[in-house]
Design a protein around this ligand. Structure first.
Ligand code: HEM
Length: 305
């Protein structure tokens, strides 16, 4: 029989990660000043949980904040660092400490939660960025392409995007990245050329038979040593105005190396001389990694699970 210390009971992931179909989203990133105690941070987070009520709330902590809260760090947790390569573009790094993903079908209720969160965290640091976002048509990116076709279903995602055992079990790693599209440049391409950029057809999202190696699909589809496709759980949503708009990219994984690989391939950092054509039409203005702890870990901090 294994010693008790070797047994790691799997934790339960935050339920709001897997609630699909909500139409209104809001993302907030807070930078917390160095001298602020863990107790004050947790009091603020508790206030936000109470304000959320029936609105879905996912809580993430950056690697520094994870340590400040006294949590055991899941293997591979790190701050996001810039990705550069032969694409001439950069995946910029703007790491902060506390991340809230607020989502529901009510933009007005999301606003109330976001306002409560800003007020709760204000005395501890700064709201570094926030992005109200929304589902566009039949879950399309603003380029007009369906986003999410090959995304795993929520039950499958619970398997592949959640840390299975050991430190952080039941938790998940998060990439949050704001992209600004050059919608005018993209719209200037004929549809067949746009499809070459993405690697799928535009009206019905069918994968191209001859997939260009520098298409988005050509760069993000990778297999592991067993020949299995490396998958992440994407929950991205569009945001913006008629002058500045794009995709708020949000993804969950059990291993940040999976996301590192996809980003390296997109930005031309894998040494094969290729990069994703998509990055010439869209650029990142933020990028951060977070750890969304399990419900049990949150409860251990005195928060709601
Ligand atoms: C400008 C930003 C981005 C846009 C507009 C975009 C758009 C899309 C679209 C339209 C698809 C095809 C439909 C689907 O299966 O969902 C797709 C697939 C995918 N994207 Fe992105 N994406 C972006 C950024 C990223 C990033 C940063 C990553 C990874 C870090 C990523 C990873 C993936 C993966 C894994 C797939 C599924 C590929 C497959 O299995 O067929 N995407 N994306």
């Amino acid at each position: 029989m294994a010693a008790a210390s070797e047994i790691h009971a799997p934790g339960t992931p935050q339920a709001a990660i897997f609630v699909e179909g909500t139409s209104a989203h809001w993302f907030q990133h807070f930078a917390v000043e160095g001298g602020v105690t863990a107790g004050r941070v947790l009091t603020a987070v508790r206030t936000v949980q109470q304000a959320a009520g029936s609105v879905n709330l996912v809580i993430g902590f950056g690697s520094d904040m994870t340590a400040r809260l006294g949590l055991e760090s899941p293997p591979g947790l790190k701050p996001f660092s810039e990705v550069t390569g032969g694409s001439g573009r950069r995946a910029v790094a703007t790491q902060e400490d506390v991340f809230f993903w607020i989502h529901s079908d009510r933009h007005d209720l999301n606003f109330e939660v976001a306002l409560a969160a800003r007020r709760a965290v204000d005395p501890l640091g700064v709201l570094a960025r926030e992005t109200p976002s929304w589902v566009y048509r039949d879950s399309r990116d603003l380029t007009g392409f369906v986003d999410g076709t090959e995304n795993p279903a929520a039950d499958e995602a619970r398997e592949l995007a959640v840390i299975a055992e050991g430190a952080g079990a039941g938790g998940s790693f998060v990439l949050a990245q704001r992209w600004i599209h050059d919608l005018d440049a993209f719209a200037g391409l004929p549809t067949t050329e746009q499809e070459q950029v993405i690697g799928r057809t535009k009206p019905d999202s069918v994968e191209l038979e001859e997939l260009p190696a520098n298409s988005h699909l050509g760069r993000v589809v990778h297999t592991d040593e067993d020949g299995e496709e490396i998958e992440i759980y994407r929950r991205s949503v569009p945001y913006g105005t008629s002058t500045e708009a794009g995709l708020y990219f949000l993804a969950f994984t059990d291993d940040l190396a999976k996301i590192d690989l996809m980003l390296a391939a997109m930005f031309g950092a894998t040494g094969d001389g290729l990069h994703d054509r998509l990055v010439t039409f869209s650029q990142t203005v933020s990028g951060a990694y977070y750890y969304a702890p399990s419900r049990e870990t949150l409860e251990g901090l005195g928060l709601s699970g």
